[in-house]
Write a protein that binds this ligand. Structure first.
Ligand code: AMP
Ligand code: P6P
Length: 336
């Protein structure tokens, strides 16, 4: 395709039309999931605007308090959490929310809603002040508690394999919404002048093997021996080390180019740093739909039965062959 042809190729279908077309493939669908997806997209547009003008509106930096994770809460964390919660409460399609920013379950008072949402409203927010990409990560489950009643822990202590949908928004050089409902992964790019997302990356697939590994090597000395051995082998093969320090950005690059992101257990994070419900499960659903793999070092992320809403897990996620290789090093360690 020539540059001119590429440049003049019509832009992809608008997100709204895509969601409606997918709904049409389910004759008995009421439109509730479609509306929930639209509510998330709307909130992301508002967050996108806040992020892009953060430096001008004085909302950078921390609020001087820590969140439930014991991590310094940035002003934009609080704003993002408020915006997504408000969009989901008003949208009416979820009975409850588990948010990284809030200790307890958020009861949206939409007791008749049949979905439940877990969300990391703004992951990597400490990077905002230095203009590095950040992201929102979300999952949608069918509630397990009775419709017409308030949400309970049954609604969020579900295996990742139970997800109805999962996605992320990457607020980067361009803003993208990438999500799956179990039938492949599609990426939409935001056109601010139109206020719309358009399909730009249909049917996304990750390469079976890759040459990029993403890990914070500052923790090398406290990594499991198998991970150290794997990293050493990457260096011997002169693979590319790429680590942005923003999960969604690292994940998205690996999805497009092939690669693997690792956050093993460390001295500081004995169970890994990343949270199962609203980071690892969401991205694991996406990566499997794109032909990749996600493990905690012993088992498939989507098979982990959650015990607690903010529980952490080690994460190895990306190109299938790379994940299998690091798992083989971990297995060798166990057998040694
Ligand atoms: P609903 O009645 O709108 O909650 O939809 C019922 C089920 O149909 C959902 O849980 C999905 O499995 C499927 N579905 C409905 N709308 C969509 C959509 N826009 N995209 C993908 N799957 C959908
Ligand atoms: P470290 C951001 O806080 C985050 O949750 C991910 O976005 C990122 O990949 C990771 O933590 C960075 O953690 O310990 O390498 O600074």
């Amino acid at each position: 395709m020539t540059v001119l042809e590429k440049f003049t190729t019509p832009i992809g279908v608008a997100l709204d039309r895509f969601i409606a077309a997918k709904q049409g493939e389910f004759p008995f669908a009421t439109g509730e999931l479609s509306q929930l997806l639209r509510d998330i997209a709307l909130a992301s547009k508002i967050i996108n605007r806040e992020i892009n003008r953060a430096g001008l509106s004085g909302i950078e930096g921390s609020i001087g308090a820590d969140n439930v994770q014991g991590e310094r809460q940035q002003m934009l964390d609080v704003i993002a959490d408020y915006r997504f919660t408000r969009a989901l409460v008003i949208g009416g399609q979820t009975c409850g929310i588990v948010s990284e920013e809030v200790e307890d379950i958020i009861d949206t008072k939409n007791n008749d809603a049949k979905y439940f949402v877990t969300i990391d409203p703004l992951d990597g927010s400490s990077n905002i002040d230095v203009n590095v990409s950040v992201g929102t990560i979300f999952s949608i489950y069918r509630r397990k508690s009775e419709i017409g009643t308030p949400p309970t822990q049954k609604d969020y202590l579900q295996k990742g394999s139970e997800q109805v949908a999962a996605g992320y928004i990457l607020y980067g050089s361009s803003t993208m919404l990438v999500f799956t409902t179990g039938f492949g992964v599609n990426g939409f790019t935001y056109e601010p002048s139109l206020g719309e997302y358009f399909l730009s990356h249909p049917d996304m697939k990750i390469k079976e093997d890759g040459s990029i590994y993403s890990v914070n090597e500052g923790g090398y000395h406290s990594f499991p021996q198998g991970v150290k051995d794997y990293i050493d082998s990457c260096k011997q093969r002169e693979l590319s080390a790429r680590y942005i320090g923003s999960l969604v950005a690292d994940f998205h690059r690996n999805l497009l180019k092939g690669g693997m992101y690792m956050y093993p257990s460390t001295e500081k994070y004995q169970n890994g740093k990343l949270r199962l419900l609203y980071e690892c499960n969401s991205l694991a659903f996406i990566i499997e739909q794109a032909g990749g793999m996600a493990s905690n070092g012993e088992k498939r992320i989507l098979d982990i039965k959650p015990e607690e809403k903010h529980q952490r897990t080690p994460l190895y996620i990306g190109s299938k062959k790379m994940v299998e290789e690091v798992l083989s090093y971990l297995k060798k360690e166990q057998l040694a």
